[in-house]
Design a protein around this ligand. Sequence first.
Ligand code: TYM
Length: 338
Amino acid sequence: MTATVPDSAAKLPEGVALRTFSGIQPSGVAHLGNDLGAIRNYVRLQDEYEAIYCIVDYHALTSTHDPQLLRTNTRDMAASLLALGLDPERCTLFVQSHRPEHTELAWLLATVTPVSWLERTPTYKEKRESQPDDINHGLLTYPVLQAADIVIYKASLVPVGKDQAAHLELSREIVRSFNNRYGETFPEPQAVFTDAPTVIGTDGVRKMSKSVGNTIEVLAAPDVIRKQVTSMVTDTQRILRTDPGRPEGCNVCQLQRFFGDDYEELWDGERTARTGCVDMKRLLAERIVAHYAPARERYLELMAHPERIDEILAAGAERVAPWAAETMAEVREKMGLR
Ligand code: TYM
């Protein structure tokens, strides 16, 4: 999978190791949007950079208020990431709340962040619509914590899906604001996208998202995946089986691009009505099932040994501790905290 690594990545201050950081919310097992849009790049970048990945349970608290569910989902997401290719020998994986320095830095960054920047964040506006009875302060300040996650490790590259682009832009603005006031401290983080920066959900309209309920859960049992793929909305203008299909307007056809080199042939079959939408869905479902079968096996094996997952997460939090401490000492000094 290709990705665009920005030029500015090379312009880091000397002596600062090139680090990549990303965070993912513990919202149950990973879906196809997470994997195609971000996790594939997490995996790729762990061979090229000092790679740090974090399960952001503090962020999840802005929407999840069930402690047991949060605990279960956090472990579940860790198992999913490890199963999908994160290797604790080549990257660091940890849980955000195990490094509470993130929240201290978020407070310090909040003091250089105008409220107006936060109020105009698209995700904040969306949450005001989707959870109108729970507009907690954490939702407003969410991007400041996200900036803290990244800059506490002075990471310069951030593999994310397109939906995080506005947050990344805000992180850069916060960095500029801090550096202007207190002197050059943090590199400006750059987003790194895959060639599937926005994966559309099974409804064929909205971004695939657990909260919308339009996901394909890549590590679920084969029958669950088949059912989710079968429910996908295809080309809405193709009414009869004999009508020519329009692969450009069909989410099933678009997803075929990631599960085989023969997608152009498949698209040709659609355009000439040699194949129908049901054929395409069956094929896609079987390819997704086959593609993720080894990962599902690793996931089940890990979930049968939760103590191994917990050990990896604890070791990860310990590994990043000195990096977080170093940044916090520098920041406290620069800001006049004693
Ligand atoms: P989250 O948990 O919503 O998603 C995790 C990653 O998956 C990507 N993604 C998608 N990409 C393409 N198509 C989709 N349909 C799709 N759905 C999800 C997301 O872009 C993301 O990269 N705010 C972040 C978590 C976070 C973070 C950070 C990210 C906290 N701190 C620091 C980067 C750096 C979030 O909620 O991601």
